[in-house]
Every structure is written in structure tokens, then in C-alpha cells.
Design a protein around this ligand. Structure first.
Ligand code: ZN
Length: 163
């Protein structure tokens, strides 16, 4: 159970609201699909590749501090925290969900549509940035990723009706 605007909802209800809200966001479908994959942990993170014996070194390529899992890459990683802070995405202090999927769902359910939209774009940019670093060795600064997210958000807001 988690609180939601004064009432209480079950995890299933929160997940339903999360996915409904995700599908209603005016963002390109490639971003929507990525968020869906992040929520279900259907991403080739180094943790998931190790489980399939495809890699040995699972250290996060971005911060080199911990194993790279979806939870690490989109919540714990210091680079991600800098980027989210830079675009004004704040983490709900009341969100005590322990599983990654429920935590993410509660974040989406407890925040405004615009905050969900910018968080979605930010996650997409963070995954893109991680791939560029992991596969091509190209490292960007947090402020550069922040600048990209803000510009992309402004662009999709202007074009929103056409998406
Ligand atoms: Zn990291």
C-alpha cells in the first residue's frame, strides 16, 4: 500500500495509473517504450548481461562506483542525480517503495504530468548518454545532458499536439 493524495491504493492500482499516465504523456513513442522497458527491467544493463554470463565487469560505466542495474542507473548513480537535479526533477521523500518498479510507478503517480514528462525525457537522455559512453567512449558532462533535456522538452512541448 502507498499513499496517494490522501487515499491509499494498492500496488496494482498504482501500476495501472502509472502505465495509463505513461501512455497519455505527449512524448515520442520511442521514449514511452524505453520507460516501459526501464520499469520492467528489460534493458541490457551490465547487471542483466552478467546474469546471462555475457559480461564479467558490471561496474557502472558512468560513475564506476557500483554495479550497473536499472535501479542504480536511473536512481542511485551520482551522475543521474546531478542531471535530474539540473532539470528540476525532485524525488518524492514520501516514496518508500522498495521494489524498483513500484518505486518508479509511485514517482509517476505522485508527480505532475509535466514532471513525469521531463523525467521520461531525462531517463531517455541518461540511457542514450550511457550507451554513448559504454560503446563509443564519449563522455559528456552533466550540464551538457541537462541542456539537451531542456531543449528537447521545449521542442516536444511546442510540437506536442502533433505527436
Ligand atoms: Zn553510476
Amino acid at each position: 500500500m502507498a499513499s496517494y493524495r490522501g487515499g491509499t491504493r494498492t500496488n496494482n492500482e498504482i501500476l495501472t495509473i502509472f502505465f495509463t499516465r505513461l501512455w497519455e504523456l505527449k512524448i515520442p513513442s520511442k521514449i514511452r517504450i524505453l520507460i516501459w522497458r526501464i520499469a520492467h527491467d528489460y534493458l541490457p544493463t551490465l547487471h542483466n548481461l552478467r546474469v546471462r554470463s555475457l559480461v564479467v565487469n558490471t561496474l557502472c560505466p558512468v560513475c564506476q562506483m557500483e554495479e550497473e542495474s536499472v535501479d542504480h542507473l536511473f536512481r542511485v548513480c551520482t551522475f543521474t542525480q546531478q542531471v535530474l537535479w539540473g532539470v528540476g526533477v525532485t524525488v518524492s521523500t514520501c516514496n518508500r517503495e522498495s521494489s524498483w518498479k513500484n518505486w518508479l510507478a509511485a514517482e509517476f503517480v505522485n508527480q505532475s504530468i509535466e514532471a513525469c514528462k521531463i523525467r521520461s525525457i531525462a531517463y531517455w537522455a541518461i540511457w542514450y548518454n550511457r550507451n554513448k559512453l559504454y560503446h563509443e567512449g564519449m563522455r559528456e558532462q552533466a550540464h551538457e545532458v541537462v541542456g539537451f533535456i531542456k531543449a528537447y522538452y521545449a521542442e516536444t512541448t511546442i510540437l506536442g499536439e502533433r505527436l
